[in-house]
Design a protein around this ligand. Sequence first.
Ligand code: MGD
Ligand code: MGD
Ligand code: MO
Length: 675
Amino acid sequence: MPGERDHIRTTCPRDCYDACGIVVVRRDGRVAKVLGDPGHPISRGALCGKCAIAYNGVWRDPDARLTTPLRRRGAKGAGRFEPIGWDEALDEIAARFKAIAADPGPQAILHAHYTGTCSLIAGNFPKRFFNRLGATEVDPDTVCNNAGHVALGYAIGTSALGFDPRTARDAACIVVWGANPSASAPHAHKHWLRESPAKVVVVDPIRHDTAAAADLHLQPYPGTDAALAFALVHVLARDGALDRDFIAAHVAGWDEIEATVADCTPAWGEARTGVPAADIERAAALYAAGPALLWLGQGLQRQPMGGNAMRACALLPAVTGNFGRPGTGLYYLNGGARRGIDGDYLAGAALARESSPPPVSHMALAARIEDAEASRAFVSWNMNVAVSGPDQARLRRALGREDLFTVVIDLFHTDTAELADIVLPAASFLEFDDLVSPYFHLAIAAQVGVEPPPGAALPNQEIFRRLARAMGFDDPALFEPDAEIIARVLGDVGFAGGFAALARLGTAPIAPEPVIQFPDLRFPTPSGRIEIASTAAEAAGHPRLPLPHADARAADGRLRLLSPASRWLMNGSYANDPKIAAKLGPASVALNPEDARTRGLAAGMRARLANETGSLELVVALDETLPMGVALTHKGRWSRLEPGGANVNVLYAGTPADMGESTAVHGVEVAIAPA
Ligand SMILES: Nc1nc2c(c(=O)[nH]1)N[C@H]1C(S)=C(S)[C@@H](COP(=O)(O)OP(=O)(O)OC[C@H]3O[C@@H](n4cnc5c(=O)[nH]c(N)nc54)[C@H](O)[C@@H]3O)O[C@H]1N2
Ligand SMILES: Nc1nc2c(c(=O)[nH]1)N[C@H]1C(S)=C(S)[C@@H](COP(=O)(O)OP(=O)(O)OC[C@H]3O[C@@H](n4cnc5c(=O)[nH]c(N)nc54)[C@H](O)[C@@H]3O)O[C@H]1N2
Ligand SMILES: [Mo]
């Protein structure tokens, strides 16, 4: 019957803590509106502003979407492409890959990918192809959170088994340290944090909405968190708030650090971090008052000494015994293994050769691609690396090499696609079935295809099945159908009833009651204890113990530039939506009014930000809640849509953090002057 409407549940698979439930309203089999699912425990009927706009805007605009494979015509980067068929595109890619694999070898084919979609099949299946090929992976986490992974691996043995957010109902205190849920997890900010009975302490140089709503906001200078953590532990020790029995039974190395902690008084902490000594005392008292949760954000570790900061922060639950009981624990991420999902199976780890090449860090990518011998081909999928990666000007120049064979797979003609030889159109999450494993909430969720992809676009996994065929590969894992993968994963998770049953629910918790983190108090470290002192860290060339380190203030009138998540962008996504662009306005940098005044800057003026790596013009905004010496802008603008043809990543050289060859992008220092 014409005009017939139906409602279908699905799940948002963006790289976001919330993983919202969605209801798609269809009319005559076509999507009319994408809304929040009123039955979803997290989104409760509302999508965030950015997804509500983009999913009803550019994501469903066939004129904005890539709808056919494209081949470059003319000079690289000149932006001229011609449509070609799938067979032609895949045959050409296969021929180039085969030639490179024969000489100099498949390691000269690089692939960069991240979390353009976090759905399990579209996010993982393509890795099977690259494992089989023997290509070099650009280690995805190095652009985001690897320092934290490595550091928490040393301290508690894992970074991917966090607390169950539902246990917040049992907590007396929640510390949010270096995360900004009001932008990066808007529903967790609105519901989870606000509704818990706990006192909320936020530690962030910026007074964002989560910080403003907290019971206590500590505002350290960036990169001084380890010193702050030591000062907090000092107060806990001084006031008898340590759990000595827990330390004796479950912690290794407290005795090695105790004397250092004794020197880290609140006054010492204030001098290093800028946080008033009285606030350090108050925060320690709130944390000590009862069961406490500690959320360590990803912003916290995107610092030159970010790994050390994470190890230092992990001292808090270690010395107070905040593990193994309701309302306690530490959270960085909740990975698939939390719910029994076998990541190696999804990514086809068994297809990799023994001699598979070592991954390369995003911090070293520009230099690697400049090397014409070592890098013959480059594939970017689920990622807009020309927007999100460091050392942007150099990276874009390297990607502009005429002799580099570049394939970009995306929904849109991104800045990276502009530098491609072949562009392949991907289907969006509204166009195929998949599963979502949220990285905050302990649940499994269904992504349900609600309409066909535009034009010839295909899901990532189907693109790589076809490419595997064109290469002449015959490993069954390269052709495994989606339905089989979904059935296998649901079995591993222990969800009965199959995909149709999950799709009816949308999202299903993996356990009826909050899961206790480390219930047996055995930690997956070499000793089975929390390792304040880590022999493994020492063997890898790191300090044996976390250090009470604080970065020095920027010298010579420079400011420390932070570029965290914007509430209107999703990393490098949505910047090409006209309504989002209108919300964003021109790219800006916020300064403390005093920092602006001393530099001859006023609100609305154009400022030039510059350092050894690059320069960028931004519009000045004033914010008296910003600490002196700190400037704030946001990530995710498309360089080619900006008046200067660049975004904030032209200012970051890609100097790695202390651990995991990971990003230290929040450590950038710049001079700021009138443009
Ligand atoms: N200055 C600065 N830079 C940063 C950061 C920062 O804090 N400051 N943060 C860093 C962090 S944390 C991250 S994770 C990176 C993220 O950087 P990216 O991974 O580049 O960003 P995304 O927007 O998540 O995804 C990129 C692309 O995936 C595409 N995509 C979406 N769905 C699909 C699909 O199904 N198939 C395919 N093939 N493509 C799809 C989108 O259209 C988008 O163009 O940025 C990093 N860059
Ligand atoms: N709206 C939106 N949501 C997103 C994203 C997005 O781009 N937009 N990106 C997604 C991705 S890929 C990720 S990784 C997560 C990241 O989300 P978060 O974990 O929240 O990380 P960031 O947004 O980088 O930074 C969070 C906070 O860290 C603070 N910070 C920076 N340096 C320091 C420091 O030295 N010490 C302390 N204490 N704090 C510091 C910043 O001021 C910022 O407020 O968000 C995801 N969600
Ligand atoms: Mo990220």
